[in-house]
Design a binder for this molecule. Structure first.
Ligand code: DGJ
Length: 743
């Protein structure tokens, strides 16, 4: 034993260099000089909002203001951003490390294992182009050579500011991005009411509200796909502590990302609110090689002094111009085959539905699921996904025949695909098992009898684009594609990524966007609906490629009031596919009058989703009237300003209206959701957005005699807003729609 110890000592003496042996080993430490900078403010303005960043002499950048225009930004030089008196105040893009212990926007692990990053201002520049002012703030970590650009795109007339970051590894070795948020917004101490959106299948975008308290409230998903089932990456914040449609400050925020997201709201020790939003770092320590950069998705913010209604209108205006593919384009009314035929149809069924759609004045027929799969026919959700050839047993004449028939009747033609998915019972699953999302040695769990294709793999991206491309090539008369996606990620993993599984969640979404980019380069004019078991991919990441969304599989008009109200807080009504379906409703069993169903669906992009043969002559006549009148005011639904008047979450009456930009026309929707007392007079709805000095002629639409108020009369804008609008309802599930035109 003694001999062995002596031998070990001798060996150590031999391998440790002589000078190191003299003194104890020390952790090498060298500090870098951070060049001083001229203190300054950086001003980001829109026509009605202002964001101000303050740079101190050390180069620390802090957000000192976001909200109402506050005049000369130089005044904010005097603001105590927390730098002098509170060493631990968050910076504009807080990093893990330095003196800060709160929520980080950036967390990097370096090759030596260290995880501290300190970003300091180096310079900034401003570019102005057509309605958008872009401010880029350059930050640098002097120890690791990591650089970050914070980019603020101020959409000036819309009062929207987009924020994102570009992280550059300017060091010599690879690093790991453990978190790279899109933005961090710091707001002063106060009482904040957060409105956010939760849901499940058929209950999307339900409003939930909470007063933010100390510590952190997180809204997030880890579902990978169907990312907005559960929570939506958007919110409405009321800095006054109470929600108002009309008054006080409101901030709406939305992340443009269709995968895992995380938005954290931290009230810190100083009562400030720090909102950090971006890709969810869950299982995503993203590798960044030397010289590489990572661009985060955009976080979209708007502020309004006119309550949540004002913030929504800003967001909608921005979305119609920038956030939605051809936003504001008036998309056709349609009949969708799903709830009318499901998987059971033949050519004849489709032709008769087309005839009926044409006779009711609809403008498009959409053939939903069930038209494909030869060896594995898609007669239920158990087979066929992946095999995108026409099922000639059902449609021997082919898709072109049906599409041409629709066109011959004056209708456009659309068709359904679900290109990211595969049924085990398909040729594709047998041919390409390596394309399926899976983790070695584990079950590939099924959901709706299907598996998910691995969009991180470029070969899968080619396949998915090919599905779109080949489907469109089935006929020159295809005008519309419904792109569905009916499952989430489980037991995540990509055979393609090998041992770099940290890239999976991020590169799945990037792969999806690559396909969408190719789709739009080749097919800019095809109308594409984004569907994911209803509204489970409703986010501004996908909407930049899609014309509209299938708001929910729940077509029950009563359920839709809440879903559509919630959706409208952040997303524009022009994207909301909204269909009249049969009763009892297939999702809820509720029975509501046809007029009520039409009046609810008409506040979005109107469609029908039933077998028209089941309608009586009287119902068809009503359908015809409703569709005709919708065509007369739908420009307002697509491009008008939305005013939400009374909430389906709060009372017995629900109401909303759209006003034209010149305020000369408006359409008002009023619904009675619960009727309690015959002795109470009609509910008074105070209209908004009208010109008080103008006189408006009121014309009731979709009349069936269930309600009447003011039809053919003329009232002043000030009366309609101050006195109010007083339709008389005598039953639950009744409704009225009024067109207002300035005379
Ligand atoms: C889910 C969609 O949300 C429905 O509208 C329908 O297209 C089905 N998928 C078809 O499988």
């Amino acid at each position: 034993m003694k001999f062995r110890l002596l031998l070990l000592a001798a060996l150590l003496v031999a391998v440790i260099p002589a000078d190191a042996r003299k003194r104890p080993q020390k952790f090498s430490h060298q500090t870098f000089d951070i060049p001083a900078v001229q203190p300054r403010v950086i001003d980001v303005e829109t026509s009605g909002t202002q964001l101000v960043l303050q740079v101190d002499a050390k180069g620390t950048v802090r957000t000192v203001h976001y909200g109402a225009p506050a005049g000369d930004p130089a005044q904010f030089m005097e603001f105590d951003a927390g730098g002098q008196h509170n060493f631990s105040a968050p910076t504009t893009y807080p990093t893990a490390g330095g003196t800060f212990n709160g929520l980080d926007a950036l967390h990097v692990k370096y090759s030596d294992g260290s995880q501290n990053t300190e970003l300091y201002y180096t310079s900034h520049e401003v570019q102005v182009r057509d309605g958008i002012t872009t401010t880029t703030v350059h930050l640098k970590d002097y120890v690791t050579s990591l650089e970050a650009d914070l980019i603020y795109d101020a959409c000036v007339p819309e009062d929207v500011i987009l924020m994102h970051a570009v992280i550059r590894n300017c060091g010599k070795k690879a690093v790991e991005l453990r978190n790279a948020a899109s933005a961090s917004l710091n707001l002063p101490a106060g009482k904040y009411l957060l409105t956010h959106f939760y849901g499940g299948w058929a209950t999307e975008m339900q409003m939930d509200q909470t007063i933010l308290t100390h510590d952190t409230k997180v809204i997030e998903t880890r579902r990978g796909t169907q990312a907005t089932q559960g929570n939506n990456p958007s919110f409405m914040l009321s800095p006054g502590g109470t929600y108002s449609e009309t008054d006080g400050e409101a901030i709406a925020g939305a992340l443009a990302w269709s995968g895992n997201f995380r938005i954290s709201f931290e009230i810190d020790q100083s009562d400030r609110l720090n909102i950090v939003s971006g890709i969810n770092p869950f299982a995503s320590a993203y590798p960044l090689r030397a010289g590489d950069s990572f661009t985060t998705p955009e976080m979209i913010y708007t502020w309004s002094g006119e309550g949540a209604g004002g913030a929504s209108r800003n967001m909608h205006r921005w979305a119609r111009k920038y956030g939605v593919w051809k936003g504001g384009q008036v998309n056709p009314t349609l009949l969708n085959s799903w709830e009318g035929a499901y998987f059971t149809f033949a050519t004849e069924t489709l032709l008769r539905m087309i005839d009926d759609a044409a006779s009711m004045g609809l403008e498009m027929f959409v053939l939903d699921d069930g038209w494909f799969g030869l060896e594995h026919p898609r007669n239920s959700d158990k087979a066929g996904l992946g095999d995108w050839e026409v099922n000639t047993d059902k449609i021997p004449e082919g898709i072109d025949y049906v599409a041409k028939y629709a066109h011959s009747k004056g209708l456009k033609f659309g068709i359904w695909i679900e290109p990211e998915m595969v049924n085990p019972d398909s040729n594709l699953a047998a041919a390409h098992p390596e394309w399926i999302v899976q983790s070695p040695g584990r079950d590939i769990y099924m959901s709706r009898n299907q598996w998910l294709l691995d969009l991180t793999n470029p070969a899968v991206q080619d396949f998915v684009f090919g599905v779109f491309d080949r489907t469109v090539s089935l006929s020159p008369d295809i005008d519309y594609i419904k792109w569905d996606s009916n499952r989430r990620v489980m037991s995540f993993g990509s055979p393609y990524l090998g041992d770099e599984q940290d890239r999976f969640f991020i590169e799945y979404v990037q792969g999806l966007y690559n396909v969408c980019r190719r789709m739009r380069e080749k097919y800019p004019d095809i109308i594409v609906q984004c569907c994911s078991s209803g509204g489970n991919r409703v986010d501004y990441g996908s909407m930049r490629w899609f014309n509209e969304v299938w708001t929910s599989d729940n077509t029950d008009a009563i359920s839709r009031t809440r879903i559509q109200w919630g959706t409208s807080l952040v997303y524009p009504p022009c994207v909301m596919g909204s269909h009249v379906s049969a009763v009892p409703n297939h999702q809820t069993g509720n029975v509501t009058p046809l007029k009520f169903r039409f009046d609810v669906a008409s506040s979005g992009r109107l469609g029908m989703e039933l077998q028209p043969k089941t309608l009586t002559d009287e119902e068809r006549a009503l359908a015809d009237r409703c569709i005709r009148s919708y065509k007369g005011y739908r420009d307002l639904v697509f491009n008008g300003d939305l005013y939400r008047l009374s909430s389906p979450y709060e009372g017995d009456f629900y109401s909303l209206m759209y006003v034209s930009p010149d305020r000369r026309r408006a359409v008002v929707f009023c619904y009675c959701l619960r009727f309690q007392n015959h002795s109470i007079g009609g509910h008074v709805f105070r209209l908004r957005g009208l010109d008080p000095a103008l006189k408006y002629r009121v014309t009731e639409q979709n009349v069936d005699g269930s309600c009447w108020w003011g039809d053919g009369r003329t009232f002043s804008g000030s009366f309609l807003s101050g006195g109010g609008f007083n339709p008389v309802f005598r039953e639950a599930d009744t409704s009225a729609v009024f067109l207002l035109e300035a005379v």
